[in-house]
Design a protein around this ligand. Structure first.
Ligand code: SAM
Length: 214
């Protein structure tokens, strides 16, 4: 964590005991969860926009879903998608432990397949937190366009890829070039689009906040 990120993180409110345990499990077991400094962006958007219908792409063990639930208005519903069965199982236990079973529903499976079904069923969301396979972000957009309401918000995590997205592809390790190229294409599309209105927030690993112009 660099100095700025550490400073931003110092303002983070103390987590409750259950969230602390989920965070510790993630750290001890190498499960990625939203970074400390990035949480302020998520919290700000949830508290200020008060979205009633939230979609999360990438549950992992349920940390960010429970975190969003903590700051949501009564009556909010969160649907969260995770493709790894063992993570979805732990997330379900964590959701129960945090008394969030009435708020959060897990959809186990591939995000594209699940979102396709949601589109067919005419589902709508006020807020989408996109935090799954980084190379797939561009593909997820096709569904998000249909699922997000007109004044809804899309929050996308890890867009700066530890800063490597700003580097030339030749200075990126060969094995990371596909993700580098896909993230560049995704950011080009979002930042130059007439359809989306987006801004990059350079906290944590970088977040993109977008709305749809309709
Ligand atoms: C960064 S983690 C999510 C962290 C979580 N949002 C948090 O902050 O607590 C990304 C998760 O997305 C899941 N994932 C990756 N590709 C996916 C896909 N195609 N469909 C559904 N989930 C996927 C991974 O298994 C992983 O658990």
């Amino acid at each position: 964590m660099d100095l700025t990120d550490g400073y931003i993180s110092s303002f983070e409110p103390e987590l409750d005991i259950n969230l602390k345990e989920i965070e510790k499990y993630g750290i001890d077991n190498g499960v990625p969860i939203i970074r400390l400094s990035s949480r302020s962006v998520l919290r700000f958007l949830i508290k200020s926009r008060k979205p009633g219908r939230i979609l999360e792409i990438g549950t992992a063990i349920g940390f960010s879903a429970c975190y969003m639930a903590n700051y949501s208005e009564p009556g909010t519903r969160i649907k969260t998608i995770e493709k790894m069965p063992e993570r979805a199982k732990i997330a379900a236990e964590n959701i129960k432990k945090t008394n969030n079973s009435d708020i959060i529903s897990i959809y186990e499976g591939d995000a594209c397949e699940i979102m396709e079904k949601m589109c067919e069923e005419g589902e709508k969301f006020d807020f989408v937190f996109m935090d799954a396979a980084k190379a797939q972000y561009g593909n997820y957009l096709k569904y998000i366009r249909k699922l997000l309401v007109s004044d809804g918000i899309l929050l996308t995590d890890n867009i700066l890829q530890e800063g490597s997205v700003a580097q030339s592809k030749f200075s990126v390790a060969r094995r990371d070039r596909t993700i580098h190229q896909r993230m560049r294409e995704f950011l080009d599309e979002m930042m130059r689009s007439d359809e989306f209105n987006s801004m990059i927030v350079p906290v944590g690993d970088g977040m993109l906040i977008s709305t749809i112009n309709r």
